[in-house]
Design a protein around this ligand. Structure first.
Ligand code: GLC
Length: 495
């Protein structure tokens, strides 16, 4: 039998406790897979005071206001909460009110780097506090990106026996995000070299530190969430200024496609939808469609193709293509339902979609903010799901929509190119509709192809049935992660 590992997962968001996107779905489910494979796992995340209700999740306050060190000669006082993701899989929440309990949102502070620097130091201190000596610390995205640096360079940790054998793995969910601010907004000469000593946590200088870059340089191994995006990241077109650093790590850098948690995303048991169904009871899916049409005051008619879209309101997700195509699209016999919230760019898109929804109230609906309850209804009630992202590291919503029998229409990029294959009615093969180049024309052509196929009931049923039976569970990715962790440990030993 292979040796079981002690794995600490560190992330800024973990579903169902806190979520802005797919990152939370992954950090909320992948640790379960590690645990179910027999490893000892803990998860560490911030306690967002205005968002996480300790009662709802039966969290207990382990210790209040204790002092930890957060860099040389710096002390801060934090509190520590504990909950469970499942039995024997604890999740620890770090409470530091000034940074994590003032807002209704997870992100968006002007001191974002300070917030997460504190979180990184605190995560290491908490591991000591709970006496969990990890083999692996898996750091998700930039928010946990200082940990690999600290373990390799900060004497507090390099000289500490506790972390003597600990290897770090950096998992990239989206390299457009590297630090609190936009990395490209800093003049090149002001950008972080990645290797100089860190400034103090609460200082303005901290806001210039590039967490993702440091993680890429110092982690023992690293990965992103699809093989295609891993290849793409090595190029200047996608590499977000870090392609050289990644090329340098190429032999330790892998792509592992995400899975989804079928105990959550599953129309046979989903409590949020009107009628449960599976691939043998597709007629029941239609009832969900009528419910959705009714609730959104769209025309109630199952023959009209209903297209859903469930992505963060961000340029990356391809909303510009959708908006450019809407004039053409809304002349066709179809319905569109968008469910989304978002960050900085969200307002402009929201305003546009609200206007369109007013004008075309029988054909177009916009639901915001995004909630899991409503999203389930869109997956179950729609015939197709749009994800025309300009780039997409993995893209979970098409994987979810497949299980709900809603056929993805996607741009051939990143994880989408890896999971969705173009349907050919002649051979009956494929699980979606794919367009190669990111242009309005190609986008519309793929959509029209989907609409054409929808007209042939038998063909469409076959496509839906086939899509629903596919499995993108964590089982295989879980094994790949374990192999990656072993590689990280080996690199650590040989360093
Ligand atoms: C980010 C990426 C998305 C991916 C998710 C989970 O949100 O943009 O493509 O599916 O992380 O890894």
């Amino acid at each position: 039998m292979t040796k079981k590992l002690k794995i600490a997962v560190v992330a800024a968001e973990v579903a169902p406790f806190s979520k802005t996107g797919g990152l939370a779905d992954v950090t909320g489910s992948l640790p379960k897979t590690f645990h179910e494979m027999g490893n000892e796992v803990v998860v560490i995340t911030p306690f967002y005071g205005k968002l996480i209700d300790p009662k709802k999740y039966s969290l207990t306050l382990l210790e209040k206001n204790f002092s930890i060190s957060a860099g040389k000669n710096q002390k801060v006082k934090i509190s520590l909460w504990r909950g469970e993701i499942e039995k024997n899989l604890p999740i620890y929440f770090i409470e530091y009110k000034k940074y994590f309990s003032k807002k209704q949102s997870l992100y968006g502070s002007t001191r974002e780097n300070s917030r997460f620097a504190l979180f990184n130091y605190a995560a290491l201190e908490v591991l000591k506090k709970i006496n969990f000596e990890p083999d692996i610390i898996q750091c998700h995205d930039w928010h946990a990106g200082l940990i690999p640096y600290l373990l390799k360079k900060d004497p507090t940790y390099t000289e500490d026996k506790f972390f003597n054998k600990t290897a770090t793995v950096f998992t990239i969910h989206n390299l457009a995000f590297q630090m609190g601010g936009n990395w490209w907004s800093l003049a090149p000469e002001k950008r972080d070299s990645g290797t100089a000593p860190l400034p103090k946590i609460h200082t303005q200088a901290m806001e210039k530190i590039n967490f993702a870059k440091r993680a890429i340089i110092f982690s023992d191994a690293l990965n992103t969430v699809s093989e295609k995006y891993a290849e793409e990241l090595l190029t200047p077109e996608f590499g977000q200024g870090l392609e050289k650093n990644l090329q340098h790590r190429q032999k330790d850098f892998f792509g592992i496609i995400n899975g989804i948690d079928y105990s959550v995303f599953n129309p046979t048991i989903d409590k949020n939808i009107s009628v449960n169904y599976d691939w043998n009871s597709l007629r029941r899916k239609k009832k969900n469609k009528v419910f959705l049409q009714k609730n959104l005051k769209l025309e109630e008619n199952t023959n009209i193709p209903l297209i859903g879209l469930a992505s963060r309101l961000a340029e990356q997700k391809g909303y510009n293509l959708v908006i450019e195509g809407l004039d053409t699209l809304l002349k066709l016999p179809l319905q569109i339902v968008i469910i989304a919230s978002g960050g900085k760019e969200a307002k402009e898109y929201s305003d546009t979609f609200k206007k369109i929804a007013k004008k075309y109230s029988k054909k177009f609906a916009f639901i915001t903010p995004y909630t899991e309850e409503e999203a389930s209804k869109v997956y179950a009630g729609s015939d197709m799901l749009l994800m025309p992202s300009r780039f997409e590291p993995c893209g979970l919503s098409p994987l979810i929509s497949l299980r709900y029998g809603s056929i993805p229409i996607v741009h051939e990029t990143g994880g989408l190119a890896e999971t969705i294959t173009d349907f050919d009615p002649k051979t009956g093969k494929g699980n979606g509709f794919v367009f190669e180049n990111y242009t309005r024309e190609e986008f519309l052509v793929s959509l029209v192809r989907a609409l054409e196929n929808f007209k042939y009931e038998k063909i469409w049923e076959h496509l839906v049935w086939q899509a629903m039976k596919q499995s993108f569970s964590w089982e295989i990715p879980g094994k790949k992660y374990l192999a990656l962790f072993k590689k990280a440990l080996k690199n650590r030993r040989n360093a």
